[in-house]
Design a binder for this molecule. Structure first.
Ligand code: COS
Length: 386
């Protein structure tokens, strides 16, 4: 096995251009968007223009045809500056566009993917429900087939669905119960539900502690009818498709953790060199120097783990165990770096004027969203044979 630890020229260019964009366009707006809890259509379109939509979708469907490592680096660079914008990109690509590409038939791919590769359209992943979070098979949303009309009729609700209730939302992939298996478990299938389908209500959720500028929706399905051809994949394969999608999604959440940790370290180091106490910059006090050293060390370990996981995925090798480990570890490193960074900023770290305050709040989501840290440990424990 061999994988590179250095960015090649192409990756280096891409990292640079996303970093420039994040620092020049996102950073000046991040605080205000966070305070107002406002999703930015403008930044979303700009990220589309930069080529951050349809990242791993091939060019024949309008996508960028990026490799997985490049995609992970792009998310990392956004998260280095702002979790909300990184979340929009990570959720749209990994959870929105990717399942349509991996499981859609030719007609579905040609119909839906091109508009999701430009920044003009978002697609959401409808798995979580009020009573089905970690236990993702516990869906109560149902889809019943109407033979006469050859349509599926969907009833139920979904909760905390990123990108599902914005003006740019084009649709949602929805997991629903379509029957009961012989072993008593639910038969789960997935459906393509375009935004605006009669009976579908999407409401933006407010009052979030973190990722306040990303769009999070709650969805209600009241006899929502979609044609038979809107089933994604085959009947009964919904749960496996959702689980495989989450395997991939873990790489981008890990990238958000790594980016947040790197951003926290960079701002803390800068502050520690400027802020003086007892006659010298605080970076020169061992208590602070050790904090920074510990942050840097954990970031190195997190980066190696994530890039290796992305490399395995890219090279079509089993990556799922490492993706869960990377998601778990990068989330923990992000939280550690945000907390230790905030501690170094002292009282200033509690003020909104300093982005470390936002990073501290944003880090909390990473150990809960797209599978809690406990679920990652469960997945890892299964892979190692517990
Ligand atoms: N890839 C492919 N298939 C998978 C899979 C994966 N990653 N994980 C499970 N499956 C399959 C299993 O092989 C099994 O198939 P069979 O019925 O043919 O044997 C089936 O799915 C059921 O698997 P299992 O019994 O392991 O399911 P559990 O109900 O025990 O749930 C966990 C497994 C806990 C891992 C799953 O529910 C999970 O990931 N929960 C977290 C959900 C989550 O992250 N939610 C947040 C979403 S935010 S976007």
């Amino acid at each position: 096995m061999s994988y590179e630890f250095e960015d090649n020229e192409e990756l280096s260019l891409m990292r640079h251009s996303v970093r420039q964009f994040a620092e020049n366009e996102i950073a000046p707006k991040a605080r205000e968007l966070d305070e107002k809890e406002e999703f930015s259509i403008e930044l979303t379109r700009q990220m589309g223009a930069l080529g951050l939509f349809g990242t791993v979708v091939p060019a024949e469907y309008g996508g960028q045809g990026m490799d997985y490592i490049s995609y992970v680096v792009a998310v990392e660079e956004l998260a280095r500056v702002d979790g909300s914008q990184a979340a929009t990109i990570a959720a749209h690509n990994s959870l929105g566009a990717a399942p349509l590409y991996y499981y859609g038939n030719e007609e579905q791919k040609r119909k839906y993917l091109p508009s999701l590769c430009t920044g003009e359209g978002l697609w959401a992943f409808g798995l979580t429900e009020p009573e089905a979070g970690s236990d993702a098979q516990a869906s109560k949303t149902t889809a019943v087939f109407d033979e006469a009309k050859q349509e599926w009729v969907i009833n139920g609700s979904k909760l905390w669905i990123t990108n599902s209730a914005s003006v740019l939302t084009k649709g949602i992939t929805v997991q629903a119960v379509t029957g009961r298996l012989a072993n008593g478990r639910p038969e789960l299938s997935c459906f393509i539900v375009p935004a605006g389908t009669p009976g579908l209500t999407a409401r933006a959720m407010h009052g979030k502690m973190m990722w306040r500028a990303s769009n999070t929706g709650e969805l209600y399905f009241d006899n929502v009818r979609v044609p038979a051809k809107n089933m994604l994949g085959s009947r009964g394969q919904g749960f496996k498709m959702m689980m495989e999608t989450l395997d991939n999604g873990r790489l981008s959440i890990a990238a958000m953790g790594l980016g947040l940790a790197k951003g926290a370290l960079a701002m803390t180091l800068k502050y520690a060199k400027e802020r003086r106490t007892f006659g010298k910059p605080i970076a020169e006090h061992q208590a602070v120097g050790f904090k920074l050293a510990e942050m840097a060390t954990r970031i190195e370990a997190a980066e190696s783990m994530l890039y290796k996981a992305a490399w395995l995925k890219q090279n079509h090798k089993p990556f799922q165990k490492l993706a869960a480990m990377a998601k778990l570890y990068c989330s923990e490193v992000a939280e550690y770096c945000a907390r230790e960074g905030q501690q170094t900023f002292g009282g200033y770290g509690l003020m909104k004027e300093y982005p470390i305050e936002r990073f501290y709040r944003d880090a909390a989501l990473l150990r809960i969203g797209e599978g809690t840290s406990e679920i990652q440990r469960l997945v890892i424990s299964r892979y190692i044979g517990c």
